[in-house]
Design a protein. Structure first.
Length: 201
């Protein structure tokens, strides 16, 4: 499959993200972990999910080396896509990944110990995004942030109210979409050269 083409990249990305959604639904049903009311469509949660993306966007600005690595790996593929392709992909990632990792795996593993569930789930989340070692660490930390946004810390009341997957789903989807746009902009400006002199260096 040619990943530099729009169709090839979208087919692979949609298969991966759609797969996380399907696995999440099946595993949630098999373990009794995921319930339909895990996602509550309410305005406060939507607002928290939107606001929560702001500190994440700071990483894009403050980590040019990480941004460059992602551009070198995915810039050409993302640039081949339309903006609405990237919006749909970001939405699918936000829903599917949060359902699987926060909605099912963390609750399932956390039945024995909440902190173990938090750590193991986000190690797996980091591994699922480990395009580079640095991105594995970054994704794992972002996953912990999503877990906190979903339900607070284990054993402590959440500052956002009852657990609601809507908050991390929105934050995840918005972050991915903005990050895609930044990578495309960078790619169009500087290409995939690893060591070109750039203003953020």
């Amino acid at each position: 499959m040619e990943l530099q083409t729009r169709r090839g990249f979208l087919n692979l990305a949609a298969a991966f993200e759609g797969g996380t959604l399907l696995v999440g639904l099946l595993l949630g049903w098999a373990t009794g972990t995921f319930q339909a009311d895990a996602v509550v469509l309410d305005l406060p949660s939507a607002g928290w999910g939107t606001v929560a993306v702001i500190p994440m966007l700071g990483v894009i600005v403050l980590a040019p080396d990480l941004r460059r690595q992602v551009r070198e790996l995915l810039g050409q593929s993302l640039d081949a896509c339309r903006w609405y392709d990237l919006a749909a992909l970001a939405l699918l990632a936000g829903i599917g990944e949060e359902l699987l990792f926060r909605g099912v795996l963390q609750g399932w593993i956390g039945r024995w110990n909440g902190w173990v569930g938090l750590v193991v789930t986000n190690l797996l989340f980091g591994l699922a995004h480990a395009v580079t070692p640095r991105y594995f660490l970054f994704a794992g930390l972002i996953g912990i942030y999503f877990s906190w946004l979903h339900a607070g810390w284990p054993g402590s009341p959440s500052p956002f109210g009852p657990p609601n997957l809507l908050r991390p789903m929105i934050a995840h989807a918005l972050y991915d979409f903005v990050a895609f746009q930044v990578i495309v902009r960078d790619y169009r400006r500087w290409g995939s050269g690893a060591r070109r002199q750039e203003p953020d260096e």
